[in-house]
Design a protein around this ligand. Structure first.
Ligand code: NDP
Length: 333
């Protein structure tokens, strides 16, 4: 049984994802609601206050942030900042005694990821990563088909998550803020999917960078990368991610059939097919279900299915993929 009272969420960083997805999703959640915002922009704070009926004392700047400690309206802090800032704000939120959802990728270094988990453990708060696709019905079907061997054992997984990015001054192309290029931002979804379809962890990765067509825009981070993930039983995932073009595809080939999503990684409009027929599922609000699930985990004192440890596991794989691409050889995990 779940207590009905909603948990209060503070969004940290009022950029595109907060604006377009998380704010709206928090109007649809059953077990949590937006009670505070943290932003460097007074104009944005004011706009959010009006739209979400926030109390004036629940609007924070980054300098103010640690004062959330004394605010009982806030149970969960949701970090929606550029990747290299995830660690600092997650740790500060934990020290303020708040549960944390951190956007993907968990951090930009493995050391940071470990420090975040430690800080949350020490403070006795829960940590979760914004892996929204675990709450999408199409992706849950892939988990079922893959892990359950419904169409036989999966032998090969093929995936591409790419997006052509415009503006050359954005944080996503700055190494110090993003920690990497499309692998950190998009490829992480392929890394996730390969594991939840295969139902195991990879044992080795083999990667190479794609040639840069715009070396000026991508002077700090890779423009594109391709990689393979090998699983202990011989299953292989073949993946690619680029900032120079669009791509959104996930396919699994099993002994007795196949299944695929295209588009695979969007917020909505996913389409799925299997060798046995079309996949038909209702569209859900991925972010609302993700946040509600975390609220329920907190109420029931349970670890999230998209835990900080899972975020760290993936970060270790991403780093091995980079190491393989840089070194030109296979990397064991
Ligand atoms: P944006 O650039 O749109 O927003 C980031 C916000 O962070 C800014 O608006 C700003 O908010 C704040 N910020 C603080 N310091 C800086 C800085 N030095 N440079 C830039 N911004 C800063 O990014 P997104 O919202 O697209 O992404 C934020 C995070 O969410 C990333 O980790 C990303 O990977 C993740 N994300 C996850 C998605 C998913 O599907 N799960 C989808 C999209 C993003 P303010 O002005 O309020 O201070």
């Amino acid at each position: 049984s779940i207590p009905r009272e909603k948990l209060g969420v503070a969004l940290v960083g009022l950029g595109e994802y907060s604006n377009g997805q998380l704010g709206p999703a928090l109007k649809a959640t059953a077990y949590c609601s937006l009670t505070a915002v943290v932003s460097g922009s007074e104009e944005k704070r004011k706009k959010w206050q009006d739209e979400y009926q926030l109390k004036s004392e629940n609007l924070y700047s980054y300098a103010d942030f640690d004062r959330i400690k004394d605010n009982t309206d806030i149970d969960i802090v949701y970090i929606v900042l550029p990747n290299s800032m995830h660690a600092e704000y997650t740790i500060r939120a934990a020290r303020a005694g708040k549960h944390v959802i951190c956007e993907k990728p968990l951090a930009t270094t493995v050391e940071d990821g470990k420090r975040m988990i430690e800080a949350c453990n020490e403070a006795g708060v829960r940590l979760s990563v914004g892996y929204r696709l675990h709450f999408d019905l199409f992706h849950q079907e892939l988990m079922r088909l893959g892990r359950g061997r419904t169409l036989g054992k999966v032998r090969r997984i093929i995936s591409d998550d790419s997006m052509a990015i415009g503006e050359k001054d954005q944080w996503r192309v700055k190494g110090s803020l993003a920690g990497g290029g499309p692998l950190m931002n998009n490829g992480i979804y392929c890394v996730q999917a390969a594991q939840y379809i295969a139902g195991q962890l990879p044992v080795a990765v083999n990667a190479s960078f794609l040639p840069k067509t715009d070396p000026e825009k991508f002077k700090d981070v890779e423009e594109g990368i391709q990689w393979e993930m090998e699983f202990v039983d011989g299953t292989v995932a073949i993946c690619e991610s680029s900032y120079a073009r669009d791509g959104n595809f996930l396919r699994a080939e099993a002994d007795d059939g196949w299944f695929e999503l295209s588009p695979a990684y969007e917020y909505s409009g996913l389409k799925g097919r299997a060798s046995t027929g079309e996949m038909i599922f209702p569209e859900v609000n991925q972010q609302a279900l993700q946040m509600d699930d975390f609220a329920i985990c907190i109420k029931n004192n349970k670890t999230s299915r998209v835990s900080g440890e899972m975020g760290l596991r993936d970060l270790i794989i991403l780093k091995a993929i980079y190491k393989s691409a840089s070194g030109g050889r296979k990397e064991p995990l």
